[in-house]
Design a protein around this ligand. Structure first.
Ligand code: PFF
Length: 469
C-alpha cells in the first residue's frame, strides 16, 4: 500500500501547528511567564526557541522527509544500523508517556466543558477541581478524550488528522483572539498586562539557572520537539517545500498563540478578587479561570466557549502523540492503521487510567519523566542529524528553499557541537532536581560537556567505515 501523505503544504503546517499548540500554550505558558519574570522570561524563552527549538524542529523535519519513515525506521534506514533503530524507540516511549497524562488533563477539560453551561463548578471552584481531578470520574473523562483522539487518528493522515486540524486550528486562533479582545475590557486588564509584560530582569538574574531551565523545558514541550512527532508528520510530506520556512512559521504561530492565551487568562485572573495570578500547579488554570467565570455575567457561556477552544487545542496535540506510536506499528510491524490505533488506545486506556487514579504517578509523568524523555529524544535526533546524516542533512535542509547552503552548514554545526552539551546539561539538572541532590552548576556544566563529547566522539567513530580485510 502506498504511504499516506498530506494534501499539500497547508495540511502539513496546520497539523504541525496543531501538535505544537496545546495545553503547553494555554495552560502552562501564561503562568511560566508570570512566575519567571514576565517579559524578561519571554526574552529568554524566545532565545531558546530560536537557538534550540527551531533547529531541533528542523532536524526532525529533515529526518522525516528524508526517510519517509517514522522515527525508528528513519534512524535505522538513514544509518543502515539496527542499533540506531533501537534508539528511535525512545519516540514510542515518548508517545505513550505523553498520552498517559495528557489524556487525563484532556479529560478534565471535557468535564469542565460539560459542566460549564449549568455552572456546576461555580459555587466552589477549588472544591470542584479537587473532587474531579483524580478518581473514577477522571478516568471516565480520560477515556472519552482518548476515544476522540483515537477517532481522528483512526481516520488516517488525510481524512483524519489533516481534516480535523485544518478546521480546529483556525477556530482556536480566532476564538482566542476574540476572547483576548473581550478580556481587554475587564477591570483587571491593565494590571494583568503590567504584570505580564513587567520586565523583571532582577528576578531573572537571581534565578538565572531556574529560569533558563523553565524556558528550555517549555520551549521543547510547546514545540512538540524531542518526541518524534515532527519526524512522523514530516514523513508524510510529499513535495519539496522549504522546511526552514515551515519550521520558522510553526514557531512563530505557536508563540503567538501562547501570548494570546496569556492575554485571555491573565486579565480574567486579575479581574477576580481572591485569585492569585502567580499560583501554579496542575489545578491553576481550572480553579483560577473557573472562579473568574463564576463572577462574570453570562459566565456559563463564556466558560463553555473557553473550554471548547482548550479542548480543540488539546485534541490536535494528543492526536500527534498517538500518531507516533501508530505510525511505528504501521511502518515497522506491518499493522493496519485501524488495528494499530485500537491497540495503542487500549494500552493508554490502562496507563492513563492509572494516572487518573494516582496523583503521584500523574505528577511524575507530567513532570520529570516527560522532561527527561523529550530531552533524551532530542539529543539523539540532533546528534544523529549532524554526525550520522551529516552532509546529506544539509542537502535535505536546502531542498526546496532559497536559503543558502552556508546557513545549512551553520545549522549542522549548531546541532552537532552546541546543542549536545546544552541538552545533556538540562538533563543533568533535571535529574539532579528530581532525585533531590544539589550539585554546583559549574560541575554539572563540566560534566555535561564531557558526556556530550564522549557521545559525539562515539557516534563519529562508529560512523567511520571499517577497513575491509
Ligand atoms: N506541544 C504540545 C503542547 O504544547 O501542549 C504538547 C506536545 C505534543 C508535546 C506532542 C510533545 C509532542 F510530541
Amino acid at each position: 500500500m502506498a504511504r499516506e501523505s498530506w494534501t499539500g503544504r497547508i495540511g502539513f503546517v496546520l497539523a504541525a501547528v496543531g501538535s505544537a499548540v496545546g495545553l503547553g500554550n494555554i495552560w502552562r505558558f501564561p503562568w511560566m511567564t508570570a512566575e519567571n519574570g514576565g517579559s524578561a522570561f519571554l526574552v529568554v524563552y524566545l532565545g531558546i526557541v530560536l537557538a534550540v527549538g527551531v533547529p531541533g524542529l528542523l532536524a526532525e523535519f529533515v529526518l522525516g522527509r528524508r526517510s519517509r519513515k517514522s522515527p525508528v525506521g528513519a534512524l535505522r534506514d538513514l544509518s543502515g544500523s539496527r542499533n540506531w533503530g533501537r534508539v528511535g524507540l525512545v519516540s514510542v516511549l515518548a508517545g505513550l508517556v505523553l498520552l498517559s497524562f495528557y489524556s487525563v488533563v484532556g479529560g478534565w477539560i471535557l468535564r469542565y466543558l460539560v459542566a460549564s453551561p449549568t455552572g456546576a463548578y461555580f459555587a466552589d471552584p477549588g472544591g470542584y477541581f479537587d473532587a474531579i481531578a483524580h478518581g473514577p470520574g477522571a478516568a471516565a473523562f480520560h477515556v472519552l478524550f482518548l476515544g476522540l483522539t483515537a477517532g481522528v487518528v483512526y481516520g488516517g493522515v488525510r481524512a483524519g488528522i489533516e481534516r480535523a486540524t485544518t478546521v480546529m486550528m483556525p477556530v482556536v486562533v480566532l476564538v482566542l483572539a476574540g476572547m483576548a479582545m473581550w478580556a481587554s475590557g475587564l477591570g483587571g486588564a491593565a494590571d494583568a498586562y503590567a504584570f505580564y509584560l513587567e520586565f523583571d530582569v532582577a528576578s531573572v538574574q537571581e534565578n538565572a539557572l531556574d529560569v533558563a531551565l523553565a524556558a528550555a523545558g517549555q520551549a521543547l514541550f510547546t514545540l512538540s520537539v524531542g518526541a518524534g512527532t515532527m519526524i512522523t508528520y514530516a514523513s508524510y510530506v510529499g513535495e519539496d517545500r522549504s522546511l526552514p520556512a515551515d519550521a520558522t512559521m510553526i514557531a512563530v504561530l505557536n508563540t503567538a498563540v501562547g501570548v494570546l492565551a496569556g492575554l485571555v487568562v491573565l486579565p480574567l485572573l486579575f479581574s477576580t478578587p481572591g485569585v492569585d495570578a502567580a499560583t501554579s500547579g496542575p489545578g491553576a488554570l481550572f480553579v483560577g479561570v473557573a472562579t473568574a467565570f463564576a463572577t462574570l455575567p453570562a459566565g456559563e457561556l463564556l466558560a463553555a466557549g473557553f473550554f471548547a477552544v482548550v479542548a480543540l487545542a488539546a485534541l490536535s496535540s494528543s492526536i500527534s502523540m498517538l500518531e507516533i506510536v501508530v505510525a511505528y506499528l504501521v511502518d515497522e510491524r506491518g499493522f493496519a492503521r485501524d488495528r494499530a490505533t485500537v491497540g495503542v488506545a487500549a494500552v493508554v486506556l490502562v496507563t492513563g487510567t492509572a494516572s487518573a487514579f494516582s496523583p503521584q504517578l500523574f505528577g511524575l509523568l507530567a513532570g520529570p519523566v516527560v522532561d527527561v524523555v523529550l530531552t533524551t529524544g532530542l539529543l539523539a535526533f540532533v546528534v544523529f542529524t549532524a554526525w550520522v546524516l551529516g552532509p546529506d542533512a544539509v542537502e535535505e535542509f536546502a531542498r526546496g528553499t532559497r536559503f543558502s547552503a552556508g546557513l545549512g552548514d551553520a545549522w549542522r554545526t549548531l546541532l552537532g557541537v552546541a546543542l549536545p552539551p546544552f541538552l545533556v546539561f538540562t538533563l543533568f539538572v533535571g535529574v539532579s532536581d528530581a532525585v533531590g541532590v544539589t550539585v554546583a552548576s559549574w560541575q554539572l556544566a563540566l560534566a555535561a560537556v564531557a558526556v556530550a563529547g564522549v557521545v559525539v566522539a562515539g557516534v563519529v567513530r562508529a560512523r567511520r567505515p571499517r577497513p575491509t580485510a
